[in-house]
Design a protein around this ligand. Structure first.
Ligand code: ACO
Length: 271
């Protein structure tokens, strides 16, 4: 495990396990952590031995959101330049994670507050422990959920749920988060890592080029008209064909039609 400036990570069996690692501060995101996360992505994103990235939290928190002292108070004391710099650093790695080259899974082990919804949304899939706790605490200390957080809850949740969390600051647990689709599923805490590993292993069996184009497509088409989406998807498949040096699409057809070694309806072809 490599650990520095509030981020730790290790690579094992093609899975990059990255952790918020300031457990003594409930993994609140300060500028050093935000800068370090971007560096860790530089290190991991295009490595051949990394096929999936998991984002977890050390200790009993996933992330208690932005660090109210170091991210807000101390950068505000530096004036507008300081504020904009710390915003660029945090929004920068959230954006980078949304469009990460490999599929990503949020493994939400505990507290997830406010700004934590940024990386939560940025991960393609999310699994929570049943006893994880999610909340938009912004209203409790007198601000609106900024930094994209309101956009995240409106995109992920029905309006009544988004409004409830935003106005009340009420907490929901992992089970409730799964029920309202903030996360894909929740499992008992002692099963969390094993379940995430299972999902990661499933993804590792898929064509990696197809995964990247497919995950980007899910994020992109929501904002396009039908015709634009159709056009985008045709062109992206053609781009995927170009980037997939394994010619996976042809191989997938061959193993089904000629070799009869698998059924696409029931699982993936052999990479
Ligand atoms: N910013 C700065 N410091 C934090 C944060 C945070 N978001 N969250 C926790 N800490 C610090 C505490 O100040 C404390 O520091 P100290 O040991 O130096 O006193 C340490 O982490 C441990 O926190 P406790 O409050 O003692 O831990 P506890 O387990 O009792 O409570 C909880 C955990 C519920 C997460 C609580 O710390 C909390 O409410 N944190 C703030 C959550 C929040 O509102 N985040 C901001 C969301 S809005 C946004 O992100 C834009």
């Amino acid at each position: 495990m490599i650990s520095k400036d509030g981020v730790s990570y290790r690579v094992e069996d093609r899975i990059a396990w990255v952790y918020f690692a300031r457990p003594e501060k409930r993994n609140a995101m300060n500028p050093a952590l935000n800068r370090r996360m971007a560096e860790v992505f530089d290190e991991l994103e295009f490595r051949d031995d990394v096929g999936v990235l998991v984002l977890g939290g050390e200790g009993n928190a996933w992330s208690a959101g932005m660090d109210l002292k170091e991210y807000f108070r101390e950068t505000e004391a530096q004036g507008l330049g300081g504020i904009r710099k710390s915003q660029r650093e945090s929004y920068g790695w959230f954006r980078r994670l949304r469009w990460f080259q490999k599929p990503t899974i949020a493994m939400v082990n505990g507290w997830c507050f406010g700004g934590g919804f940024g990386p939560l949304f940025a991960c393609d899939l999310a699994v929570a422990a049943d006893d994880a706790r999610f909340g938009l605490s912004e209203i409790n200390w007198g601000i609106l959920p900024g930094g994209g957080v309101t956009k995240v809850v409106v995109d992920l949740l029905p309006m009544r749920d988004a409004m409830w969390l935003t106005l009340t600051g009420d907490l929901i647990d992992g089970r409730q988060a799964a029920a309202c689709r903030l996360v894909n599923e929740s499992v008992p805490a002692d099963r969390l890592e094993a379940r995430v590993r299972e999902i990661a292993e499933l993804l590792l069996k898929k064509n990696p080029v197809a995964l990247k184009y497919a995950k980007d497509a899910v994020r992109r088409v929501g904002n396009l008209t039908y015709d634009e989406a159709e056009d985008y998807l045709v062109r992206m498949q053609e781009a995927a064909n170009f980037h997939d040096k394994s010619e996976g699409r042809k191989e997938g057809i061959r193993q089904f039609i000629d070799e009869k070694s698998y059924k696409p309806g029931l699982g993936s072809y052999d990479l």
